[in-house]
Design a protein around this ligand. Sequence first.
Ligand SMILES: Cc1cc2nc3c(=O)[nH]c(=O)nc-3n(C[C@H](O)[C@H](O)[C@H](O)COP(=O)(O)O)c2cc1C
Length: 238
Amino acid sequence: MTIQDKSILLVITGGIAAYKALELIRLLRKDGAKVRCILTKSGEEFVTPMSVSALCEHPVYTDLFSLKDEAEMGHIRLTREADLIIIAPASADFMAKMAHGLANDLASTTLLATDEDTPILLAPAMNHRMWENKATQANVATLKKRGLTLLGPDIGDMACGEHGPGRMVEPQAILDAAKGFFFERPLAGYNILVTSGPTFEPLDPVRFIGNRSSGKQGHAIAAALHKAGADVTLVSGP
Ligand SMILES: Cc1cc2nc3c(=O)[nH]c(=O)nc-3n(C[C@H](O)[C@H](O)[C@H](O)COP(=O)(O)O)c2cc1C
């Protein structure tokens, strides 16, 4: 399953995880997708326009008020040509802008001008306190209510040395999710709970009856259900 010839607009916002967006471009290109990139001003602090355009094999878009870009492509055309828009990493700031309909730079203006039918996939990445902040969670709820797809964030160690939810999902997972937009999704609209891994039933405070399940099969089932379009919650033991 490839996304050969699909047109992807990738928006890279300002966060440490921006370096992973470079790998995402590589994977999308390897799969045959046409990739156009918008890099926010903050995004440019983390990855260079040169790296992004070299991997896209196309100039990167950074300025709303660029005479050259606006004449050649224009922010409206950028969205119209996209089969899918991916925002990775999606910063807290950018999600707040989207939730409130701000349009004060190229990325946010382009998103606000996007057709309602164009699918949008966000991969948030931020410090776990930023993610858990009620303001961010309210913005996330608003974006989900509008039908946008959020992938992650993962839980783990952060660049700032803290631990929690906020890590951007891996580029391969974003590519897999992107493919899901272009193929039949018979389980779309279903919420499925999968449990996997071992269980331990206590006999007394010290002893238990358990099993040696690795959880691998359950993880594979969850991934397959997700590919088929379901919204999957995976509870992985022990
Ligand atoms: C070193 C550093 C790392 C940052 N990492 C993140 C991050 O991972 N996620 C995030 O939402 N903001 C992060 N920020 C803050 C954003 O860069 C800032 O909110 C910026 O305004 C985002 O702009 P943009 O949404 O237009 O790209 C970081 C800032 C600095 C200085």
